[in-house]
Design a protein around this ligand. Structure first.
Ligand code: B12
Ligand code: SF4
Length: 500
């Protein structure tokens, strides 16, 4: 019988500010690695099981794993769903599979998850080449085969062995075309109001910057000796056009969600791609995470106007802080008020773009007064949607402390980028300050923005703003209620099908 490699995304909670229709994007990492495996082995069946997209809960998943009996199972979760990752790993092991974990979370807690006994091998960094070599090594069946390959950790007796880092793929055009056919493509964004026909796509990998709190530049960074440095790679316009044609023409995708850590890091490819899309008469709505300083740079070169004309209509900006000390502490750059300038530029010249700005609180030295000021200052600039995210000590960043690992991943539940109110620590205190600000601090700029969103002529903007207000008040109200009745806070939303 043929061996099977199953990439598995288990049932998991929803981030409360995402609607159920756009909370789960196609798992691009799995699709890309699945195609790499298909190309390399004709005697291996490769599959992806995206349980959330199928609304498949744990009961059905358990039955499905028993039925399929995969030889290898690959998992890769965010820290917040570590519990689900390990639960899936346990099920997979019970059905006899070898479990491989990867991605920007598991890759940074390799020792911890290997010692949990649920995971056999952890893959560090980029996965496409490593996964192919790993299957060959696992088939060989010797520890020596694992030792001699790059980019993994595994256990040998009591010892956790981490092999040499793997070099990055030099030319991203050589990546296999993601195996979209292994995914239920029609399901993504199916019930979404604002992201109908959602697809995930990457322009490149890595970032040109090195913000202190960020795992993304590290995950796709380059090793210089033992040090990782930021390294940006991009695909060519031809390759990107090929992906877009497949997504739109073959899979009827109508909204492109760029998954790049920083879509506008490269100074020319996004603009050239936009020109090409426009030449081919392909305008398609898009969202992307962008940096403010590059927005200004691209305005000067004309690339910004082209990207927006080609459909870039939702931009997420990590503004983080308003005051320079905070920005310096986070190594964010943007010390010349670039965020403010970029937001004014977008609001005045490109009002059709929906902007989402995120700010970080809970920095060392933060106090309730500072957070109140951050809140007021955040509304001095025109942003359609504002998020305040607590500094999260993600594994792989200098803020991570190994003693935060509790053996189960439960402690990682708080790594959800949400306000947590319970407890006496500084984070809880600052979160409560923010909650009070949300309800009671209404500088006139905020009131204006709030009303503008609520009655906006553009139906999409109006819908996003209204839903966000409803979700936020629900979130805060639930938190207050939980405190009153003494219920432990669980900030994410468990979907109704979670255990089914
Ligand atoms: C799309 C996305 C979302 C979408 C969809 C999420 C979903 N579950 O469907 C939305 C917007 C809803 C979302 C929500 C959240 N997200 Co999110 N999201 C992303 C994003 C932008 C893209 C992921 C992606 O497709 N990357 C492209 C692929 C190709 O790269 P890759 O994942 O790194 O994969 C490569 C390697 O890492 C490796 N690899 C990865 N997995 C595996 C597995 C195996 C077995 C192997 C061998 C290798 C391997 O090989 C791959 C190919 O080379 C990432 C940031 C990023 N750019 O990666 C954040 C990111 C994953 N999200 C993050 C977070 C925190 C969240 C939220 C908790 C909060 C939030 N809103 O941001 C929620 C919770 C989501 C949930 N539980 O469902 C963090 C996770 C940090 C961490 N260490 O935990 C990230 C890294 C962003 C960040 N700011 O740091 N997210
Ligand atoms: S600009 Fe964004 S993606 Fe790049 S290092 Fe900073 S936070 Fe990470």
């Amino acid at each position: 019988m043929k061996e099977t490699f199953l990439f598995l995304r288990p049932p998991r909670p929803l981030w409360p500010f995402n609607g159920p229709g756009s909370a789960f994007w196609p798992p691009l990492a799995f699709a890309s690695m699945a195609e790499a495996l298909r190309r390399a082995f004709c005697d291996l069946d490769v599959a992806i099981l995206d349980a959330p997209a199928l609304q498949m809960g744990w009961k059905s998943l358990t039955a499905e794993l028993r039925r399929r009996q995969p030889t290898y199972v690959g998992i890769g979760e965010e820290a917040v769903s570590c519990v689900e990752g390990l639960r899936a790993a346990k099920l997979a092991k019970e059905s006899g599979a070898t479990v491989i974990a990867g991605g920007c979370f598991f890759g940074n807690v390799a020792g911890e998850v290997l010692n949990s006994g649920q995971v056999d091998v952890v893959v560090h960094g980029e996965g496409e080449i490593t996964i192919v070599e790993l299957v060959t090594a696992l088939r060989d069946g010797t520890a020596q085969a694992l030792r001699t390959m790059r980019g993994i950790s595994f256990r040998s007796g009591e010892e956790v062995i981490r092999t040499e880092p793997r070099e990055l793929i030099a030319d991203l055009d050589t990546l296999p075309m993601p195996a979209y056919d292994l995914l239920p493509m029609e399901r993504y964004g199916q019930r979404s109001r604002n992201h109908v026909g959602l697809a995930a796509i990457e322009l490149g990998r890595g970032c040109s910057c090195a913000c202190e709190f960020c795992v993304l530049w590290r995950q796709m960074g380059k090793y210089r000796g033992n040090r990782i440095v930021p390294h940006l790679r991009v695909k060519s316009v031809e390759r990107l056009m090929e992906e877009i044609r497949i997504l739109t023409d073959r899979y009827d995708r109508r909204f492109l969600g760029w998954v790049d850590p920083c879509f506008n890091a490269h100074e020319s490819i996004p603009g050239k791609l936009a020109d090409r899309l426009l030449r081919e008469g392909r305008q398609i709505p898009q969202s992307a995470w962008v940096r403010a300083d590059y927005v200004l740079r691209d305005e000067a070169s004309g690339a910004l106007a082209a990207c927006i004309e080609a459909g870039l209509c939702e931009m997420y900006l990590g503004i983080e802080r308003v005051e320079k000390e905070g920005l310096k502490l986070l190594h964010k750059g943007n010390l010349q008020d670039e965020s403010e300038k970029a937001l004014w530029l977008l609001a005045r010249r490109y009002p059709q773009v929906f902007t989402v700005g995120s700010f970080i609180y809970n920095l060392p030295g933060d106090s309730p007064e500072m957070v109140r000021k951050l809140f007021r200052d955040a509304f001095r600039v025109p942003i359609d949607m504002t998020f305040f995210i607590p500094l999260t000590p993600l594994p792989g960043t200098p803020f991570w402390r190994e003693d935060a690992w509790d053996g189960t991943g439960e402690a990682m539940r708080e790594f959800d980028f949400l306000l947590h109110f319970q407890g006496e620590g500084l984070k809880a205190k600052l979160s409560r300050t923010l909650m009070m600000c949300y309800w009671f601090s209404w500088p006139k700029e905020r009131l204006k923005q709030f009303l503008a969103g609520f009655v906006a002529r553009d139906a999409r903007r109006r819908s996003i703003c209204r839903r966000n207000v409803a979700r936020f008040n629900w979130y805060l109200g639930r938190a207050v209620w939980n405190s009153i009745v003494g219920r432990r806070e669980f900030a994410m939303n468990l979907p109704s099908w979670y255990e089914s």
